[in-house]
Design a protein. Sequence first.
Lengths: 614, 92
Amino acid sequence: MFGYTGNVLYVDLTVGKSKVEHISEELCKKYLGGVGLATRLLYDLNPPNVDPLSPDNTLVFALGAFAGTVVPTGSKHGIAAKSPLTGFIGDSLASSFWSQALRRAGYDAVAIKGRAENPTYLFIDDNIVQFRDAKHLWGKGCLETDNLVKEEIGDETTSVSSIGPAGETLVRFACITNDRTRQAGRTGLGAVMGSKNLKAVAVRGTKAVQVAKLDEIMELCLDLYEKCQGTATEKYRILGTPSNVLVLNRLAALPTKNWQQATFEAAEKVSGEYMLEHYVSRISACSSCPIACEHICTVKDGPYAGSVAPIDYESLYALGPDCYIDYFPAIIKAAELCDHYGMDTISTGGVIAWAMECYEKGLFHKNDLDGLELNFGNHEAYVQLIHQIALRKGIGNLLAEGVKRASEKLGKGSEEFAMHIKGLELPGYDIRGLKTTALGLAIATRGGCHNRSPSYEPDVKGKVDRFKAVKGQGKLAMEQEDFAAIFDSLILCKFIRGVFKDFYAEASKLYTLTTGIEITAQELKKTGERICNLKKIFNIREGWTRKDDHLPQRVMKDPIPYGVAKGAFVTEAEFDFLLSDYYEARGWDEHGIPSKQKLIELELEDLAKDIEVR
Amino acid sequence: MKVVIELFGLARYLVGRKEIRVDLPEGATLRDVVARLASQTKELIGQVIDGKRMELIEPYSLNINGQYVARDLSMKVNEDDRILLLFTAVGG
């Protein structure tokens, strides 16, 4: 095989054994890699209705087809398991050297089940797999773990994927960090790793990666590298994604104060423009990426002096406006702590914003919070709370459960302002005035997510009237979801999407030149649809019903109070209409269940037995 | 007829201003707005504005008063319109 190695490494931590099995070219073509391949392997390996934090929940790492090659932004891996946060498919992506190392070690994927008796880390050293003692690493932060493991192995070229203390304490939104600063952030896969007593997976790969048509790939990729320096990626390169702050604020789509507002009075102080002027100390890139979007910020003085963290828009929104924080150094400090402990910044910000609203509404008292005065905007309290969440101390133990479970446990009406979909805390787009986006987030299989269902494009680009719910938005949401599934499975970073003129044609050519597997643009498009259906079927097998494609109550009851979107919200009737429109576009029935015919069309008929299809 | 062009992101970074006020004749279109913007902010030519065709370079677009995105540049503008010059590939 070219590109792919054709090997999957299966690890059983309970018995401390591993084995290698081959995967077929057909399977690779059907699911590509990344999220697609990881989900299919997970589907086959997991029994239905498994407890996400039990040894039976398999954690699958799968590489994109381009990992280890020259394809720009292609060195990424996907991770999948049943999510401890949502109870549905949990999948997340991360970039950089770890994926290259794994491919050079000779694998396309690693599937890990069981639970080690004691803290353990895996060392995959080409063909040799070692189960190493990690007791001395337990309790260490992600960066320190990375350094210590490399030191122990004695080779700086080893790449490490690890969890921090939040993964160990089973914070349900703990992430998995690789190469010091890259996170597979969403859906709590770090807790799955922690539940297995698995502190890290270190990889050293020394083999060559073979591609089918080297000269032609080089030519195509050189062209892409050049285009990546053009206007299509300028936003990411110069200001980074935090440039979204002022745009979304102006459109009254910047969730603020736990979504009580869609505009932030202090938006300028947390803007990408302000950040670049005052805090960006350097701009960094993932391996094999010519875009370099990562804006690393440093606090030079004040109470958080010395704090360093990469800041992107989603972290900024969640730890900034959503918590009503306008003091940028505190946001950098909070992001640094999340990175240290290994926690998703979006979920962390989301759950703290909810706790702040609870406090201001009198549902939490100072005594419940170990004396913290958790008003919106109190950055000292929120920094303290991050420690407590990661270590599950005091109120942190409740918040570590995520906003859905925490609000259900607290009750007292706090569910009405718990901003989540399927249990996943929301990204930074106020969907009351972005109705295609509202639909996209509601139907996303991993929960409210802009990356798996980037349906803000039609709203913000003006393909539709963003304030209206009309026929056709279901199809748009579907197309965006399928498109994202291809990016997440090939894998390519979505920030490169603007350099393609005809994405499906160009990407299929890139895939064929890399792997030698012929795939047409049409087949590639169909593959996106297949992967989305597969993820949906995974969820159905776990008990998903139409009511799980929902919106937070606030989105449907509390209109946006200020700004150009004042008065906007999503009515029950609008949402119901949009949901049905989406199911229809998908070829699913009114309950959101794929038909047998659809499964046959997508070559997923082997899954029909697991769900009640008609 | 006075309209205001609000700048965001790279455009603001290049020009160093948050907004630009322009005076246009009655019946002016968005194409006139782009032409006036190009004449007043040379920094945007080649990066945001195609100086030859007097059009915005992809993926820039114009949003009118935060309400809707202009489909094409032939659209007429109105007194006191606030025109947002946006980089529309959101996400991240």
